[in-house]
Design a binder for this molecule. Structure first.
Ligand SMILES: [Zn+2]
Length: 242
């Protein structure tokens, strides 16, 4: 499909000019893109949490169940997520659970994961909260994020990756990416607004489909909204690129 006809289809599917997106195949080859300033690394909020899951589980540490009481525990969810295992915590993007993981992560192991997935490694001087997308977050280039997830979807021989993918499937079913409205592996993120006209935040949503063997990776961004709300646009993008 040419860029021009894709653009017309994207417009028809309700992808207005305020939505930025990348579409890749399972090899991470970029098929379509509309993203201003794509060479600049930016924070994707919670979007990279699946790589924390993989890094943490690869270390052999058991994943606990934790209780999230919500805002009083420092979670973004006011009322809390209740009891969370690692799969549910990823689906819900629970900050109580991921703060626990982030503070126990071996930074050398996380750097190795970043290297393997060709992501920019985190700096050891950072507050660990940045790893779960808070504050300035863990900045990456959008095309690198798309390629990293494409690679993740293929590493199903590793149990840590299978666990992360289970969490991403649940994320689309009933978690923060529920608004996507179709079966896929998904994750959302909300970052502090990077635009000059400061808004509520920048929302990000990623999807890989079909579930049995992903052929496509979609990454969307929307200004002045949440990742959960941005996920609503994934279906239109999927319908546009087939
Ligand atoms: Zn929570």
């Amino acid at each position: 499909m040419t860029r021009r006809s894709f653009g017309a289809l994207a417009f028809a599917a309700g992808l207005d000019s305020k939505a930025s997106y990348f579409v890749s195949n399972s090899a991470g080859k970029i098929l379509q893109q509309s993203w201003a300033d794509a060479a600049s690394p930016i924070s994707f909020g919670s979007l990279l949490k699946p790589f924390l899951v993989v890094s943490y589980l690869n270390s052999g540490a058991g994943a606990p169940e934790l209780e999230c009481h919500g805002a009083s525990d420092g979670c973004w969810s006011a009322h809390g997520h209740g009891r969370q295992d690692i799969v549910r915590a990823l689906a819900n993007s629970c900050n109580v659970y991921f703060r626990f993981l982030a503070t126990r992560l071996d930074m050398a192991a996380l750097e190795a994961i970043a290297l393997r997935y060709q992501l920019l490694p985190p700096d050891r001087s950072w507050n660990r909260a940045r790893l779960i997308g808070l504050g300035e977050g863990w900045p990456q280039q959008p095309d690198a994020v798309v390629r990293a997830f494409a690679q993740l979807s293929k590493n199903t021989g590793e149990s840590s990756v299978r666990t992360a993918l289970r969490g991403m499937a649940l994320c689309a079913e009933e978690g923060t990416a529920k608004a996507a409205g179709f079966a896929c592996y998904a994750k959302t993120g909300t970052a502090v607004c990077r635009h000059r006209a400061h808004g509520l935040g920048d929302g990000f949503a990623l999807a890989m489909y079909p579930i049995d063997q992903p052929r496509r990776v979609l990454l969307m961004s929307r200004h002045n909204t949440t990742g959960a709300e941005t996920a609503r646009g994934l279906k239109g993008l999927r319908d546009t690129c087939g």
